[in-house]
Design a protein around this ligand. Structure first.
Ligand code: AMP
Ligand code: TRP
Length: 345
């Protein structure tokens, strides 16, 4: 069998979100909304709820199950169509974990030690962190490469992990004298590749922030969304005449970016529209826009969550389709590495 030269990989999109707690506006604007756009462009799209990544830190089993179904409901409510995209949870396709093991043997300790997410998550307690948290980027590389995916839409915070996935593909290809794995292209674009906390413009909006006021959750209803935007931290200045006037005003810049991403316009357009106006005028406009865009998703999520068996069915069906793509790629990887496969199924 001839390994496909890199230039011949056709476009296939893969991305993942951890089902560890509810999805936030950051996940929606940085990832999910763009997943839907890629699907609607007619590209082949594979989306994964990365439950094996979630358990790199402690997860209560019942909560994890609930959060996984809720994240799936979020994807569906936001516009992911299981007839056009493959949607599944990672643990149902064992090829991810199997390829990750091989990548554990390709990636170097020094590469992983440089990962800023590990340093942030493990903090001062690196010795107590799980081995899984350390090896997390290898599993992420396997998620992508087990499909020979070529494009990976993510938020800004995942850039370093994607560079590692490239390094793994390059080293594997080099070590085994092949061009089997494509070199992955990160797709980090849009007005909100890094949505910041509503309480602190220097911190990323995150599902793990202890303050619920810091984020908008996809499960928040219209009142909660409007209230959080009204209370969002800002400064007393009006919005400037040009975008560079937001320099040093992280909270103001964040709200402008959120507005732009929700309205599908540029941050410059937002400034053109609101120049000279204070937050007394801008916040209600943003709250109205956010409610307008997010409340229907929220309502649809609630509806879908009334039928968890149907969600499980969709994930199972997606997993079967994903498995059909991943199995032959894993089998060929085993051959390349020199692992014997002689068992008849
Ligand atoms: P996670 O929730 O860490 O699994 O992230 C899933 C996806 O959402 C990744 O593509 C992240 O880059 C993206 N994401 C998470 N938080 C944010 C944020 N605050 N702003 C923009 N994108 C984000
Ligand atoms: N690490 C990503 C995050 O926390 C989630 C993820 C896991 C992912 N596997 C992936 C994203 C593969 C893109 C492709 O955001």
């Amino acid at each position: 069998m001839n390994d496909t030269p890199a230039a011949q990989f056709s476009k296939r999109i893969f991305s993942g979100i951890q089902p560890s707690g509810g999805l936030t506006l950051g996940n929606y604007l940085g990832a999910l909304k763009r997943f839907v756009a890629a699907q609607d462009d007619g590209v082949e799209t594979i989306y994964c709820l990365v439950d094996l990544h979630a358990i790199t830190v402690w997860q209560d089993p019942a909560k994890l199950r609930h959060a996984t179904r809720e994240a799936a409901a979020g994807f569906l409510a936001a516009g992911i169509d299981p007839a056009r995209s493959i949607l599944f949870n990672q643990s149902q396709v064992s090829a991810h974990a199997e390829l990750a093991w091989i990548f554990n043997c390709v990636a170097r300790m020094g590469w992983l030690r440089r990962m800023t997410q590990f340093k942030d998550k493990a903090g001062k307690h690196a010795e107590e962190a799980s081995v899984g948290l350390f090896a997390y980027p290898n599993l992420m590389a396997a998620d992508i490469l087990v499909y020979h995916a070529t494009h990976v839409p993510v938020g800004e915070d995942q850039k370093q992990h994607l560079e590692l996935a490239r390094d793994i593909a390059i080293k594997f290809n080099h070590d085994f004298g092949t061009e089997f794995f494509p070199v992955v292209a990160p797709v980090i674009e849009g007005a909100a590749t890094r949505v910041m906390s509503l309480r602190d413009g220097t911190k990323k909006m995150s599902k793990s922030d202890p303050s619920d006021q810091s984020r908008i959750n996809l499960t928040d209803d219209a009142d909660a969304i409007a209230q959080k935007i009204r209370k969002a931290r800002t400064d007393p200045e009006p919005l400037p005449e040009a975008l560079d006037g937001l320099e040093g005003r992280a909270e103001a810049r964040n709200l402008v970016n959120i507005y732009a991403a929700l309205a599908d316009i540029s941050a410059d357009d937002v400034i053109a529209q609101f120049a000279g106006q204070g937050f007394g005028a801008f916040k209600p406009a943003l709250a109205e826009l956010a409610v307008d865009k997010l409340a229907p998703i929220n309502a649809e999520m609630r509806r879908l969550m009334r039928d968890p068996a149907e969600i499980d069915r969709i994930l199972g069906e997606g997993a079967a389709r994903a498995d059909a793509i991943a199995r032959p790629i894993l089998a060929r990887t085993h051959e390349i590495v020199g692992l014997i496969r002689s068992r008849t199924p």
